[in-house]
Ligand binder design. Structure first.
Ligand code: SF4
Ligand code: SF4
Length: 169
């Protein structure tokens, strides 16, 4: 997966893919993307920009509308979103940028582009029923707090790898 790109955006008109926008529009959460008027309120509200100023939801929305599929789905940025909804609360157009981000991630998964960290979480869920394996340290902390020990593995649901990790994963 490409590193988060900090360089200026260059629109390569030869490589625009209008089917990318159509796919995002069809995914739940992506329906309102076209009413974005690029005010930048989402970006100025986003707490992640305090950590990485290169993360820019406004830009991701614009690139998606233009059909810059490769730049958008091969970038780590789409996986940065913490789903805090600050952007969605404030967007004057009701674009729901956090939902748009989820729709884009779903398109990326359909294309088989899933970061290693997300794959690991799915594997942990498969193996342990948890997003990360239970450590002895956690059990000790619980004991100190007079809380009962937890079962190390809980398998309460079936993982659909194809759905969660895409066709090629
Ligand atoms: S706040 Fe809404 S309208 Fe403004 S740039 Fe972000 S998504 Fe677009
Ligand atoms: S939902 Fe994602 S994009 Fe929106 S403000 Fe929060 S972290 Fe930023």
């Amino acid at each position: 997966m490409a590193k988060a790109d900090a360089e200026k955006t260059v629109v390569d008109t030869e490589n625009l893919d209008s089917s990318f926008l159509r796919k995002v529009l069809k995914h739940p959460g992506g329906e309102q993307i076209l009413v974005c008027f690029q005010c930048g309120v989402c970006s100025s509200s986003c707490p992640l920009r305090l950590i990485n100023p290169e993360y820019n939801p406004r830009k991701i929305v614009k690139k998606t509308i233009l059909g810059m599929k490769d730049q958008v789905i091969s970038s780590d940025f789409i996986w940065f979103c913490a789903d805090c909804n600050a952007c969605t609360e404030r967007c004057p157009q009701g674009v729901n940028p956090s939902e748009v981000m989820r729709a884009i991630k779903n398109v990326a998964v359909e294309e088989g582009i899933v970061p290693a960290a997300v794959k690991k979480i799915v594997e942990n869920l498969e193996e342990h029923g948890r997003v990360y394996p239970l450590e002895e340290f956690t059990q000790e902390e619980r004991e100190m707090l007079d809380l009962p020990k937890l079962e190390p593995d809980v398998k309460i649901f079936k993982i659909d790898r194809k759905k969660l990790l895409g066709e090629n994963s």
